[in-house]
Design a protein around this ligand. Structure first.
Ligand code: PGA
Length: 253
């Protein structure tokens, strides 16, 4: 069985005080919630990782980053390496988010390198994929997402892929309030699982978590999470509201 995961992606939001207040409130609401084979992750801005991972020490919540460098170390002014993230307590890192592909021109190859660096540093990876509205309207979304998977995951070993989860996030659903329907999500998740089976075998395919992301909220979480191939969610906007995010986690439990 894949692990169930609900991950918050705070993006570039909240100052330090607001970040502390939010994480305290969410974890407080969820402190008595029993979770079975499920994980709650907060992917927070780099500068809060050290403090918040200490805050969550000995809890059942994990801290993640939203990006890492494709290089191991060296003269890359302004960059943050996967090893640095691990050394301040991050357990996870999001790689290949559509905002990074679009605004920072990340390519399949760069994303593949980032995944290697992250896994080498002992981080687990949330690898994002998903098509734009234009691609979907042309009915090319299946081939497009397959290319994203092939472009960045094909060199991984079966051992490595055990430390990676996939987030299917259609770009047209991110931050728009227009989520994919349960049928649309299920169709793509099933195809991703078929890709994993072909590439890495049945056991890996059956055990890899595939998350849905794109306008997940407390209202639609139930129908999305009920899909057989949806193993959780990557939540942006709704993760900035303590009650709403806690509600999403509870829905899943
Ligand atoms: P959203 O963002 O929930 O605000 O649509 C999801 C994401 O970008 O990961």
């Amino acid at each position: 069985m894949p692990q169930k995961i609900v991950a918050a992606n705070w993006k570039m939001n909240l100052n330090f005080q607001e970040a502390n207040a939010l994480i305290s409130e969410v974890t407080n609401i969820l402190k008595d919630e029993k979770r079975n084979n499920s994980e709650v992750i907060f992917a927070v801005p780099f500068v809060y990782i050290h403090y918040l991972s200490n805050f969550l020490k000995n809890s059942s919540f994990a801290i993640g980053a939203q990006n890492c460098s494709e290089y191991e170390k060296g003269a890359y002014t302004g960059e943050i390496s996967a090893q640095m993230l691990a050394s301040v307590g991050a357990k996870w890192v999001i790689v290949g988010h559509s905002e990074r592909r679009l605004y920072y021109l990340e390519t399949h190859r760069m994303i593949a390198e980032k995944i290697q660096r992250a896994l080498q540093a002992g981080l687990k990876v949330i690898f994002c994929c998903g098509e734009s509205l234009e691609i979907r309207n042309k009915n090319e979304h299946i081939v497009y997402v397959q290319n994203q998977l092939e472009g960045s995951l094909s060199e991984l070993s079966a051992e490595q892929i055990r430390n990676l989860v996939i987030a299917y996030e259609p770009v047209w659903a991110i931050g728009t309030g227009r989520n994919a329907t349960a049928d649309q999500a299920q169709e793509m998740h099933a195809l991703i699982r078929i890709y994993l089976k072909k590439k890495f075998g049945d056991e890996i395919a059956q055990n890899t978590s595939i998350l849905y992301g794109g306008s997940v909220n407390a209202q639609n979480a139930q129908s999305l999470f009920a899909c057989p191939d949806v193993d959780g969610g990557l939540v942006g906007g709704a993760s900035l509201k303590a009650r709403e995010f806690a509600e999403i986690v509870k829905t899943y439990n």
